[in-house]
Design a protein around this ligand. Structure first.
Ligand code: ADP
Length: 398
């Protein structure tokens, strides 16, 4: 390592902290890891050229009661095992940036603003903000940059952000924001390099992971996305329901007498692939199951994706390219096949052999030359986007 500067990327959840370290001005990943099971059975794992052979920190339920405490353990550990590294700063994945169209160096007024957004993403935002505040208190010299899942979507035309509700609610922030923006930003950047025509044209990106959404890109900018006010909207996900008739919620409250916490748990944690299959939220498990309920979960997952691709392309007036990314999009060949087969009427044709035997982690064009739509599989890299933004923001501020 010639340049000893590094950026640490953190992605905090309710019971986990994922991290990655990027070194040098060329921003190369030298290690990644996670602290999982926080609050139940905390466990540290890390690998990569910078971390291999280093003893992991002692981690217990007593010294790591929250992702914030995990962050302190991680920073102390990095000081110890990589003393030669000069930490430029920490870049955070933050789910909600409200009106912020760009990453922000965390100053007190930014932190205060991010707290005001917690009611908009109550299951994610408080953990993202807590960890930033904790580092600020414990390590005031560490610079921090917040990168938002919403920012990429600030280009969406106003008509796509409005609900058909009384106007006053839009003014109060009840509107569609969109998420997974760091992933879409990465894909848009890659398209610019590897498929400039798709970048300049109309592309639908399917980010299919445990959380899933689609983004319609026009000229590399977000035009429409399926997640809206919350991360519940749109596609069927691992444990989330996706688009749901709001009358169902009224029924749950009035007739089934479910309280807010029960409804929230059902919509976020017990629905989606898990709820339909009754088996698992894990796509790999469902693909290996011969249960009819698992089959139905897969069919519903694909059908919803097809429905939403259709709605995105009809709003854009066409689709030059379709991109699959994230855990399912990159790895679940039968799911890609099922979605693509349903789009054959559009003139989509793809190489079945190639789709079924994709090299892992490689950007691949899987459509046939005669296909009316180019179909790509592009591995996403949200951490790289965060580390680049963090380095750029901190360098610009000096
Ligand atoms: P997250 O939203 O948590 O970042 P990921 O993008 O890591 O999620 O995607 C996780 C999903 O990807 C899981 O449903 C997992 O089963 C699926 N997945 C990962 N590898 C494979 C595979 N080889 N075959 C099928 N599904 C896979």
């Amino acid at each position: 390592m010639h340049d000893k500067s590094a950026v640490l990327v953190m992605n905090a959840g309710s019971s986990s902290l994922k991290f990655a370290l990027f070194a040098g001005t060329d921003n190369v990943s030298i290690g990644r890891g996670s602290i999982t099971g926080i609050g139940t059975q905390a466990k540290f794992a890390a690998s990569g050229t910078g971390f291999d052979g280093k003893a992991f920190p002692e981690i217990t339920n007593a010294n790591c009661k929250s992702p914030s405490e995990g962050a302190k353990i991680l920073l102390d550990w990095l000081d110890k095992v990589l003393p030669e590294v000069k930490l430029l700063g920490v870049g955070h994945r933050v789910v909600h940036g409200g009106d912020l169209a760009k990453p922000a160096i965390v100053r007190p007024y930014i932190l205060a603003y991010l707290r005001t957004l917690s009611p908009l993403a109550p299951l994610h935002q408080p953990f993202n903000v807590d960890i930033i505040e904790y580092i600020q208190q414990e390590r005031p010299s560490v610079l921090q940059v917040a990168c938002f899942d919403t920012s990429f979507h600030t280009t969406i035309p106003a008509i796509h952000t409005r609900f058909a509700l009384p106007r006053i609610w839009h003014e109060k922030g009840v509107r569609r924001y969109g998420f997974h923006g760091l992933s879409y930003e990465f894909i848009a950047r890659r398209l610019k390099d590897i498929a400039p025509k798709a970048y300049e044209g109309k592309t639908v990106v399917a980010h299919l992971g445990n959380g899933s959404s689609l983004c319609a890109l026009e000229n590399g900018k977000s035009f429409y996305t399926t997640m809206g006010f919350s991360v519940l909207d749109g596609l069927i996900m691992g444990t989330r329901c996706g688009t749901l008739d709001p009358g169902v919620l009224l029924y749950f409250m009035r007739e089934a007498k479910l309280d807010e916490a029960s409804i929230e748990r059902m919509l976020y944690h017990d629905s989606g692939l898990r709820g339909i299959s009754g088996i698992s939220n894990d796509m790999a498990v469902l693909l290996n199951s011969d249960s009819p309920n698992a089959r139905e979960a897969l069919d519903m997952f694909c059908l919803r994706a097809v429905r939403e691709i259709g709605s995105a392309l009809s709003m854009m007036g066409g689709m030059d390219a379709l991109v699959f990314t994230a855990g399912i999009g990159e790895n679940a060949a039968p799911i890609r096949a099922q979605i693509l087969n349903a789009l054959a009427w559009l003139g989509v044709s793809y190489d079945m052999e190639l789709n079924a035997n994709l090299p892992h982690g490689v950007e691949t064009l899987i459509s046939r030359p005669e296909s009316k739509v180019d179909v790509w599989v592009i591995p996403t890299n949200e951490e790289l986007v965060i580390s680049t933004h963090t380095r750029d923001s901190l360098t610009a501020s000096h």
